[in-house]
Design a protein around this ligand. Structure first.
Ligand code: ATP
Ligand code: MG
Length: 287
């Protein structure tokens, strides 16, 4: 693959599985042979790094003032100057390795004030396109096949930067009335951005998550999502799996479980399938 593909996990709602999805799709892509970089913009708690068991070490680096530059620095007016001073290693130093093969740029406390900081940038295009400028100039040359972004579960200047930079959205949805509404609101929001800024952002993957297939209500919601998002719906659903919770708490994905439960095996298969169609859609949708 010659060009780095990008997608951002987003839904204007907390807890639907954005971070879990980024971690698992990332590892699924890696297992399918792609070089993957994950980027955590979702807040200072460092959930994505925790997912791979690398947060404690990174937090120590933060406490020792060694985590500089970091993901919040790249939005700064002075980033160009900082990067120039640091030379070749400026961006490589942002990246942390994980045992599952994917690379990661972790969150940082500086994300706390990033939304407000960006709010002081007068020009709207400049305000929303800083991450894109960083990825274009500094990350694409690193040669990753796919970059996945984990975004905050709310609409703000940071999530706008993520959407703007990725141009493709992955929306994990639970099977409920509220999520159906949020997915619809997301689609309207993307249309608004297109109208206001002439920036096309596609809803590329709607991934039903935490589905309890034993209930007929879940099946009904699933059918409704399939009907509403035929071009974006994932090939298969991710079931509710206690193994996902347990693995996450142990700092790994379900791909690294030695004796996965039935739901964990189903989840793996669903992520692998979703990863394949995602790449197709990211490659095809950019014309
Ligand atoms: N398929 C699943 N089965 C069981 N638990 C799940 C599944 N997907 C996610 N979870 C759990 O649900 C919780 C929320 O998931 P996650 O942190 O990925 O959501 P999020 O959208 O990133 O949340 P936030 O908006 O807070 O960042 C976590 O405890 C996670 O382990
Ligand atoms: Mg999250």
């Amino acid at each position: 693959m010659s060009e780095t593909l990008r997608a951002a996990a987003f839904l204007d709602k907390g807890g639907t599985g954005k971070t879990t999805t980024v971690a698992h799709l990332g590892v699924a892509l890696q297992r399918e042979g792609y070089e993957v970089l994950l980027l955590d913009l979702a807040g200072k708690q460092g959930d994505l790094a925790k997912h791979f068991g690398v947060w404690e070490a990174y937090r120590e680096a933060i406490d020792a003032d060694e985590a500089w530059p970091n993901i919040s620095t790249v939005f700064d007016d002075a980033w160009g100057t900082i990067a120039e001073k640091l030379g070749e290693d400026a961006v490589a130093d942002l990246v942390v390795d994980t045992e599952e093969g994917v690379d990661l740029i972790p969150a940082h406390p500086g994300l706390d004030t990033l939304d407000a900081d960006l709010g002081t940038v007068d020009d709207a295009r400049d305000r929303y396109s800083r991450l894109e400028a960083f990825l274009d100039e500094y990350v694409d040359p690193l040669g990753y096949d796919v970059v996945l972004l984990d975004l905050p579960g709310l609409t703000n200047n940071v999530s706008y930067n993520g959407l703007w930079a990725a141009r493709h959205v992955i929306a994990p949805v639970e099977m409920g009335p509220f999520e159906a509404e949020q997915a619809d609101a997301l689609r309207r929001d993307l249309q608004k951005i297109a109208a206001n800024f002439d920036v096309e952002i596609q809803l590329s993957l709607v991934l039903p998550n935490k589905v309890d297939t034993r209930t007929t209500l879940a099946e009904e919601y699933l059918d409704a999502f399939r009907e509403e998002y035929p071009e974006a719906i994932a090939p298969d659903l991710v079931p509710y799996s206690q193994d996902i919770r347990n693995a996450t708490e142990a700092g790994r994905t379900v791909f690294r479980l030695d004796s996965p439960s039935k739901t964990a095996r189903e989840a793996r298969a669903a992520y692998l399938q979703a990863a394949e169609v995602l790449v197709d859609r990211l490659q095809g949708g950019d014309a």
